[in-house]
Write a protein that binds this ligand. Structure first.
Ligand code: ZN
Length: 551
């Protein structure tokens, strides 16, 4: 073999899940100039080994296309790592310990910022200011919940924001109060802004450091492409533009521009301008994120029938439609006509329906476009709406890590949805059976960014932290591992309009691939989420590798 025809990289002796349309399995792959030049048997790939080729002996380990995360907040994940970080830990005592240590270690910071606490660790899901006041009486404290929909603040933060018993709730949120109407130190949805907007903004250097940190972490988990689910001109946009402009953005990223719900159609012109001005390198700001409701745990998810109360009887509350559903139809039709991809946040079954109705209106106005609308989270879907995903060409963008029995589900969701509606949650198998296209993502920093843990829950419907002795959640909605893997590879590539480049391992495509430490499909090899990524390649070049890759 002459050097000029030799491969730069050859992987042999593996179990390679190509995720091509036939879902074929091969044992070897060869790469030259960043492109896949051979996919097949070892005998076909070995002749491509030249004197300068890197050869990886897989010894039965799995190779997959690079993972894609269809809904993630990398900047927040990275910033959380740099601030008072409560993700990945549980319980009030532990939170207070971390906050106290952080406050003591950062005496010059005017505010204590951070978050990652779980609602489930507080009675009724609501934390209080008293604990924080004891640790930090003099500086404002603002700590977001794990899902970012609530905030835990101290008295000083309430004071600087001027929030008292007399302050009324904003239209898009709630100030939690005691029996006398006094703020308890928890803010929901839009009410979090009353305090957050006063906090010092992250500096440009902090934002860049956060994005770099996030990219490295995502690469170490096998992620090579993602859709950033909220891009604002203040935070994400400058970080992406700088990183991509310097050629440091190795991931392929689609940015979803944040729809400001207090504004109307006038912001669309600004999106057109930003799309043209900020696209650079591997960053493509071609999606628009519309948050249609809140979350169920704080009763802001938009539901068709009212939530039940503590007594099991219907309340008057059906949650919040953040954007008026009729106006939504017009906005989505206009965005679609301009070639923007609508990316909805919809948790409750009414929000899902409103998003589907908006796409139906866009289809009626524009015909079938190629903007590939997707609805993220899809926690509750009314059975009548399952079929509409395929019919309307709407991608179901699932965060499967939540589809299991755990505190937020068992204590803060099921009792308030009631028995029938609780069975409409995360209907992944029903969606696949109805022909819907499925993409998956993490919503990191809300949840772990590790796709293997997320796939495990999609397959078993049991939390990885409770593998033994927990019943599966709605086991009839479990999906096969290959379908979960497809959602994290081909499905996400499709959502990001990257399917001709990545998402499967085929000759001519970019060599974005992941090497795992074992045969992922061998169920004797342990839980899916126990597998580790040992190498991540983009365009045939390693962006993460572990000593075990060659070892
Ligand atoms: Zn999100």
């Amino acid at each position: 073999m002459s050097t000029s025809h030799a491969a730069d990289l050859v992987l042999v002796g593996g179990r390679v899940a190509t995720m091509d349309p036939a879902r074929s399995w091969v044992s070897a792959i060869a790469v030259r100039d960043g492109r896949i030049i051979a996919v097949g048997r070892d005998a076909a790939a070995r002749p491509l080994i030249g004197p300068h080729s890197r050869v990886i002996e897989l010894r039965g380990r799995t190779v997959t296309p690079g993972f894609g995360d269809a809904h993630v907040h990398p900047l927040h994940g990275g910033l959380a790592r740099l601030r008072c970080e409560l993700h990945g830990t549980r319980g009030l005592d532990r939170y207070l310990e971390i906050i106290a240590t952080y406050a003591a270690g950062h005496p010059d910071q005017p505010w204590i910022l951070g978050g990652g606490w779980s609602m489930d660790d507080f009675p009724g899901g609501v934390p209080g200011r008293a604990e924080l006041d004891r640790l930090v009486p003099d500086r404002p404290v603002f700590l977001s919940s794990r899902d970012g929909h609530s905030a835990w603040v101290n008295s000083r933060a309430l004071e600087v924001a001027g929030i008292t018993a007399e302050t009324s709730d904003p239209p898009d949120g709630r100030i939690d109060r005691d029996a006398d109407g006094r703020p308890v130190g928890a803010l929901q949805e839009g009410a979090t802004d009353l305090v957050e907007r006063l906090a010092p903004a992250a500096t440009a250097e902090e934002l860049l450091a956060a994005l770099r940190l996030a990219q490295a972490e995502l690469h170490s988990l096998g992620i090579t492409t993602w859709q950033d689910a909220i891009v604002t001109p203040e935070l994400e946009e400058p970080a992406y533009v700088t990183l991509a402009g310097r050629g440091e953005l190795t991931a392929r990223v689609v940015g979803a521009l944040w729809w400001e719900r207090s504004h109307g159609a006038e912001q669309i012109d600004e999106f057109v301008e930003r799309r043209a001005r900020t696209a650079v390198g591997r960053y493509a700001p071609t999606s628009v994120k519309i948050m249609q409701d809140g979350v169920l745990e704080n009763f802001t998810g938009a539901v068709l029938e009212p939530y039940l109360g503590e007594d099991g009887r219907p309340t008057a509350n059906r949650g919040l439609s953040q954007v008026d559903p009729d106006a939504l139809k017009g906005y989505v039709a206009r965005l679609d006509a301009l070639g923007f991809q609508p990316h909805f946040h919809a948790i409750g079954e009414r929000a899902v329906r409103e998003a589907l109705d908006a796409v139906a209106a866009a289809r009626a106005a524009n015909g079938v476009s190629d903007t590939r609308p997707h609805i993220a989270h899809i926690q509750v879907i009314h059975p009548d709406d399952i079929d509409r995903f395929r019919k309307l060409g709407v991608v179901a963008n699932a965060q499967p890590y939540w589809a299991c029995h755990e505190g937020q589900m068992d204590n803060l969701t099921i009792p308030f949805l009631g028995p029938e509606r609780s069975t409409w949650q995360y209907p992944f198998r029903s969606l696949i059976a109805a022909g819907a296209m499925l993409a998956m993502g993490s919503d990191w920093s809300v949840s772990t960014a590790n796709p293997l843990l997320e796939m495990e829950v999609a397959v078993n419907r049991i939390a990885d932290v409770a593998r033994h002795g927990t019943p599966p959640f709605l086991p009839e909605e479990r999906i096969d591992l290959v379908d979960a893997l497809a959602a994290f590879t081909a499905g996400t590539a499709w959502v990001n309009h990257l399917e001709t480049e990545v998402g499967s391992l085929e000759v001519g495509k970019a060599a974005d691939l992941v090497v795992l430490d074992r045969d992922l499909f061998d169920r004797g090899a342990g839980a899916i989420g126990e597998a580790h990524v040992v190498g991540t390649f983009i365009d045939g070049a390693p962006v993460f590798e572990d000593a075990a890759l060659d070892g």
